[in-house]
Design a binder for this molecule. Structure first.
Ligand SMILES: Nc1ncnc2c1ncn2[C@@H]1O[C@H](COP(=O)(O)OP(=O)(O)OP(=O)(O)O)[C@@H](O)[C@H]1O
Length: 604
């Protein structure tokens, strides 16, 4: 991305603040003009004092001059203080407001993208955050530099240069001669830093990602006593980061030294030349200070040049990553024309569907199946068979590579994604619990729900009584609940949302036996008249489904009711038998039979 392209991209964000930008620019321009007052006052003072000394006058005659000069300089400084405050405050206001808009635009964009966007390697947690933070930060520096700093800085330098030339062309030529060397050094410095900076960006992302991943996996790290291993992994990134940071500093210090040297050569040359002209009686003695102060007014802004150039290059590096987030329009959830509405029946059909994850894993191969409206359909298969993938396609989290997915006879892609998801309730094996109270977490299912409705949903999910036992009840921190309790929150959310289509992916996997039975009863009740797709490794959850599809390695291999599939002696039967063996059904059956005998004996 070129600088010009970035500025064009920034303009829409800056435009709403154009008045503020113009006001700040004007203030800074006035400030830079005021900066030229000192050399004139100083030259006038030195020459007048010199004239008075030549005439043999002393302090008594000099008081009015001192009072007048002090008043003038003080007045100028008072005005300058206001100007500087205004310039800094309004400049900061622009920066803060635009950076807020930029960050919020990135958040809105990210929220509008499909799941595929987040599985990209560069968009993982931490990396994405670094890209946004650094991007906004460097773009703000660019706004500051381009819209606030550059013009006044150059105006300041040019005005000072013109004044020098008007006073003495030789001194002007010396001041001018230093500039190309200075420009060239600044350019070389920024060029040298560019490659290093890209490396720095990658390392910063890696470090943040590493830190977040440590926090996420702290229990596993501790249980395997891998603290040292994880620490070393971070230390290696940190040491590469330190190397890159040190290299940046070293390069900066080397060039800064060179530039100061060049500047000092300019100062010495101007002192020597002005002294030569003063001694030759071509100019007054006051011109020495006058020229040096003016030269400082030329070189001080130019000294900022490298910083500006450097920050612009930084913006070029980081804004690429930032704008890539804003520009990922191909990742947007696609709105469709069809809204499910009241006529929704909820019949899905997959026809010869093939699907590959963005990572390259081919998860589904030529899958065809029909999910009847108002019925319960189960998906069965070994781990990694592709069952959850089917649900993600039905929710439109991803689109198939080929084949058709229909809902009520219309292509699923024609439905408005947001409207479609309003009609779907999804409960996963592990559901996210937000930071907040139990009440807030259940309310996520319906923001308009009353407290009574929330409690009713919690009762259906067999959670209400447990919540009442907590010290702060519905106000308790939801993330402190046990895995099974969190699962019931997810189920309560589903009850509150009350959608006509329900996808259950191992909904009772983390529940105890009693809770599993309770939730199964609740789910059996809510299933009535709704389209339900259930995935479960527990066959007890699926045997009474209206239709069961059996999957193996991404292929659909069998379908039918439990009895039909059992009689087939195929994959389903294999899974069923293995499940029975793992549950030690024989022993359980015997225990129950013995218990039955005892009951009968007691009865007789
Ligand atoms: N987000 C993802 N990105 C890349 N590959 C994925 C993703 N999710 C699943 N896969 C891969 O797709 C294949 C099917 O996975 P899927 O989760 O659909 O299986 P499953 O039958 O639901 O398994 P399980 O019973 O273990 O949940 C697997 O090979 C898995 O590694």
């Amino acid at each position: 991305m070129s600088l010009w392209q970035i500025i064009q991209r920034l303009l829409p964000f800056v435009r709403p603040y154009r008045r503020l930008v113009i006001a700040t620019l004007l203030l800074t321009l006035v400030g830079s003009l005021a900066a030229q007052v000192n050399p004139f006052v100083l030259r006038y003072t030195v020459d007048t004092v010199q004239g008075m000394l030549d005439k043999g006058q002393g302090l008594a005659e000099g008081w009015p001059l001192l009072a007048w000069v002090s008043g003038l300089l003080l007045g100028k400084e008072i005005i300058n203080t206001f100007i500087q405050f205004g310039q800094k405050y309004y400049g900061e206001k622009i920066r803060i407001q635009i950076s807020g808009v930029l960050a919020q635009t990135a958040v809105s964009k990210i929220l509008s993208y499909q799941l595929g966007f987040f599985s990209d390697d560069g968009n993982q947690t931490g990396k994405l955050q670094t890209r946004i933070d650094r991007g906004v930060e460097s773009l703000m520096k660019l706004v500051q530099n381009f819209f606030i700093d550059i013009m006044p800085l150059f105006a300041n330098a040019i005005v000072a240069l013109v004044v020098i030339f008007l006073n003495n062309k030789w001194v002007g030529l010396v001041a001018l001669a230093v500039l190309p060397v200075y420009f060239w050094l600044s350019y070389a410095q920024a060029e040298k830093l560019q490659g290093v900076r890209r490396g720095l960006q990658r390392l910063r992302e890696e470090k943040n990602h590493g830190l977040i991943s440590i926090i996420d996996s702290i229990v596993v790290i501790k249980s395997f006593v891998r603290e040292q291993y994880e620490g070393q992994k971070q230390a290696s990134v940190q040491s590469r980061l330190e190397g890159a940071q040190l290299l940046t500093r070293k390069t900066n210090f080397r060039f800064d030294g060179l530039k100061t040297f060049v500047e000092q050569i300019g100062v010495v040359a101007i002192i020597v030349l002005t002294a030569y002209l003063v001694l030759g009686r071509q100019i007054s003695i006051g011109a020495i200070m006058f020229h040096i102060l003016l030269f400082n007014n030329v070189s001080a802004p130019i000294r900022q040049l490298h910083r500006i150039y450097d920050e612009m290059n930084e913006a070029l590096t980081y804004s690429e990553g930032f704008f890539a987030i804003l520009d990922a329009d191909d990742q947007r959830e696609r709105p469709g024309q069809l809204e499910p509405g009241e006529n929704l029946r909820g019949q899905f059909e997959l026809r010869n569907v093939n699907f590959t994850y963005p990572s390259g894993t081919a998860a589904l191969h030529d899958v065809s199946l029909r999910i009847q409206a108002g019925k319960t359909t189960a998906l069965v298969g070994l781990s990694g068979a592709g069952k959850s993938t089917i649900i993600t396609l039905l929710c439109q989290f991803y689109r198939p590579d080929s084949g058709d997915i229909l809902l009520d006879g219309h292509p699923l892609a024609q439905y408005d994604t947001f409207a479609l998801r309003q009609e779907i309730g999804l409960v996963l094996q592990k559901n996210h619990i937000f930071k907040g109270t139990i009440e807030e977490n259940i309310r996520y299912g319906d923001f308009t729900a009353t407290q009574a409705q929330i409690e009713a949903a919690a009762k259906q999910a067999y959670l209400h009584d447990q919540i009442l036992d907590l010290p702060r009840q519905y106000e308790s921190d939801a993330q402190q609940l046990s895995g099974g309790q969190q699962q019931r929150i997810a189920i309560a959310r589903l009850f509150l949302k009350n959608p006509p289509i329900i996808f259950l992916d191992e909904p009772t996997a983390s529940l105890d036996a009693i809770a599993t039975e309770q939730i199964k009863n609740s789910l059996d009740a809510i299933k009535q008249g709704r389209t339900v797709v259930i995935i479960s490794h527990s066959l007890a959850q699926i045997v009474d489904s209206d239709c069961i599809y059996v999957m193996k390695k991404g292929h659909m291999v069998e379908s039918g009711t439990h009895d039909e599939l059992y009689a087939k002696h195929g994959t389903y039967r294999e899974i069923f038998d293995a499940s029975a063996r793992s549950l030690n059904i024989e022993k359980l059956a015997k225990t129950m039979a013995d218990d039955g005998d005892e009951v009968l004996d007691t009865a007789s």
